[in-house]
Design a binder for this molecule. Structure first.
Ligand code: F6R
Length: 644
């Protein structure tokens, strides 16, 4: 993709418009301070971190370096490559301290001027930001009244000017950041450097992630550990409303009032290789391929020698779990579809009413939730703001919250009563795949655990289901090994204008997930329907040649819905649809009515989504690649949606 022409320059330029149309949201942030003894250049570390964080946002990128000539800034709209080219054309002087940012804006077009870092204090302060400063207008008015002029339309620049002003008043960068943080409302991770305070980066966080990487004679800051995983696996988790100052040999953390606090240290359980493409054409292709491991690792170590489920992480009083009379699953997007799959299993195994709700809807509709409600918050990133707000709301209403999450140290598990981690490893591609399978798996574990605790399933049955679950990674692998036909189909169908997906029971959320993958990756109109709903309206969409994927339940005798879905296939086939059927191996009933049949290994009905969704993921990935689209970084999207 070409880089846009320069709209600013390497120094923030004055803008005349006073409208803030670029509120910063989910971005990637990296900071590095080194002692210089190893010869490590800050620019190399920062760019390396930005490459790993680019999945968080890719509208524009920038760096600020502390050099012998003061702060040097370079920023560009477009993907990171545009910034890298600019830096290659005009290499900056050496530096051992630097910050970098990759941006995803919620409103307005990204420009060089709106890219981060933002300068203040006559170019002696540089600030980068992730989040939204909700009271920026009032703060900006205050600064403008003092004669400060703004070079961008962002809310972030307000923080930069406030930091410069506070430093002039305090002479202490940490204290200056605390002064700023206390004035800001909303969500923010801020990093700042000052030309007069060498070898130092200050950071602050509220409602937005920031992690410290601990090195030897060097320290790091990142919006997530991917920022520094190439250099250290030792990390320090920052809590809500904390300020951190890092130097090559020190890390000091305080709350916003200046009271020292201890961060929680941990070792990251994956390494840099896990965050590389490893020979695959895209991260998404790699992550689809990793799904057998994601499921196997999520299942690992969850039983005692007698085969009883142990969910040590779910440290919740057993009497509380026994008293639960309702489960509400909250999540967004793909994670919500995982919740929809889980609902069928949880209700069946535990006999507890279970609702699934989009987190942003739950938060604003006065839900009936109390101390006997168990809320299950599902999130890959742990930073989805809609889900965070819903978790807070549920807890205010007295509910207990279990987080199902893939990211250690992130906000959702931290703010929940208990956490059950999925062990999918880092998911870099913006579209979620392996996290989806791991989320479903973790939900199954939670459902079986509740069934065990409440005695709604005999121990022998639970053991049997666990054995079936353990067999799923091999079945997923088998699907992956036999997808040549799907890849070919995706290439033939690259010009499709609309694709429909049908499913019933657990196949319904699978159909919706298949449609979501196609929309977000290939920009093709796609809808997922409950197959039974077809005759109530959507069948009007069927015309000759319309591609329709149908997820078929197990053959007759084992699943009563099989014959119903076969009837649905006949209905659309009769109207000329191109019917692509995902059916169990050996299912011949569907063959006469299908244009194409994709066979997947037999699996128990409730576990079948772990195999039936895989061809749909591969189809979307291949079709997008056939259209020449960026599979890992679809337009308008970012990996974690940290704004409401
Ligand atoms: C779709 C996708 C999104 C996320 C959703 C929730 O491919 O990735 O729909 O599933 O934004 O994100 P998490 O799971 O991080 O809360």
């Amino acid at each position: 993709m070409p880089c846009p022409g320069p709209t600013g320059g390497s120094v923030a330029t004055e803008r005349t418009s006073d409208t803030v149309d670029t509120l910063e949201s989910m971005c990637g942030i990296v900071g590095f301070v080194g002692s210089g003894s190893s010869g490590t250049q800050a620019l190399d570390v920062v760019l390396d971190g930005l490459r790993r964080l680019e999945y968080r946002g890719y509208d524009s990128a920038g760096v600020a370096l502390q050099t012998a000539q003061g702060l040097v800034l370079e920023k560009r709209s477009g993907k990171l490559g545009c910034l890298e080219s600019a830096l290659a054309d005009d290499p900056p002087p050496p530096a051992t301290t630097g910050i970098g940012h990759t941006r995803w804006a919620t409103h307005g077009g990204p420009t060089d001027a709106n890219a981060h870092p933002h300068l203040a204090g006559e170019g002696r302060v540089a600030v980068i930001h992730n989040g939204i400063i909700e009271n920026f207008a009032e703060l900006k008015a205050e600064l403008v009244a003092e004669g400060v002029s703004f070079a961008s339309q962002t809310d972030t620049e307000v923080a930069a000017h406030l930091l410069a002003r506070a430093f002039t008043g305090t002479g202490d960068l940490g204290e200056a950041m605390r002064v700023v943080a206390r004035r800001l409302e909303g969500a923010f991770t801020l990093l700042g450097v000052h030309a007069d305070v060498p070898d130092t980066i200050v950071g602050a966080r509220r409602n937005s992630p920031l992690v410290v990487g601990l090195g030897d004679g060097e320290n790091f800051l990142g919006s997530d550990v991917a920022a520094f995983i190439g250099h250290t696996r030792q990390a320090l988790e920052l809590g809500q409303d904390q300020v951190v100052v890092i130097t090559p040999h020190g890390v000091e953390v305080t709350d916003f009032a200046g009271v020292p606090v201890e961060g929680r240290r941990y070792v990251v359980d994956w390494d840099a290789a896990a965050a590389e493409k490893g020979g695959f054409p895209s991260f998404m292709a790699k992550e689809i391929n990793e799904q057998p491991h994601a499921v196997a690792d999520t299942l690992l170590g969850r039983t005692d020698p007698a085969g009883r489920l142990l969910l040590d992480e779910v440290r919740m009083d057993e009497s509380v779990l026994r008293a639960v009379d309702k489960i509400v699953i909250i999540a967004c997007g793909t994670a919500a579809y995982a919740g929809m799959v889980a609902r069928y299993a949880i209700e069946h195994w535990c006999r507890i009413p279970c609702e699934v709700e989009l987190a942003h809807e739950f938060r604003y509709r006065d839900p009936v939730v109390d101390g006997r409600t168990l809320v299950v918050a599902i999130s890959q990133s742990g930073e989805t703001m809609d889900t965070i707000m819903a978790v807070r709301h549920a807890r205010e209403l007295g509910a207990r919250v279990v987080a199902i999450c893939n990211t250690h140290g992130s906000t959702i598990p931290r703010e929940s009563d208990a956490a059950l981690y999925t062990h999918a490893g880092p998911e870099i591609a913006v579209a979620s795949t392996k996290a989806f399978l791991a989320q479903i798996t973790a939900c199954y574990l939670l459902g079986l655990y509740l069934a065990q605790l409440r005695g709604t399933k005999a121990q022998a049955e639970i053991r049997e289901i666990l054995t079936q679950l353990q067999a799923m990674p091999d079945k997923i692998q088998k699907v992956l090994d036999g997808l040549g036909q799907v890849r070919q189909m995706a290439r033939w169908m690259a010009d499709s204008r609309s694709v429909l997906f049908l499913g019933r029971h657990v196949g319904y959320p699978v159909a919706m997930e298949g449609a979501l993958k196609l929309k977000e990756l290939a920009y093709i109109h796609a809808e997922g329907f409950a197959a039974g709903e077809l005759k109530h309206g959507p069948i009007a969409l069927i015309e000759p040649g319309q591609p329709v994927f149908v997820v078929v339940p197990s053959p007759k005798g084992r699943d009563p819905l099989h014959s119903k879905v076969v009837s649905n296939i006949q209905e659309i086939n009769a109207r000329g649809a191109r019917t692509i059927v995902i059916a169990e191996e050996g299912d011949t009933d569907v063959v006469p009515y299908a244009s194409d049949v994709i066979h997947v290994p037999a699996a128990p009905t409730l576990l079948a989504p772990l195999v039936t969704v895989v061809p749909l993921q591969v189809f979307a990935c291949e079709l997008a690649a056939a259209k020449g689209l960026d599979v890992d970084q679809p337009r308008n999207l970012a990996k974690s949606v940290t704004v409401e």
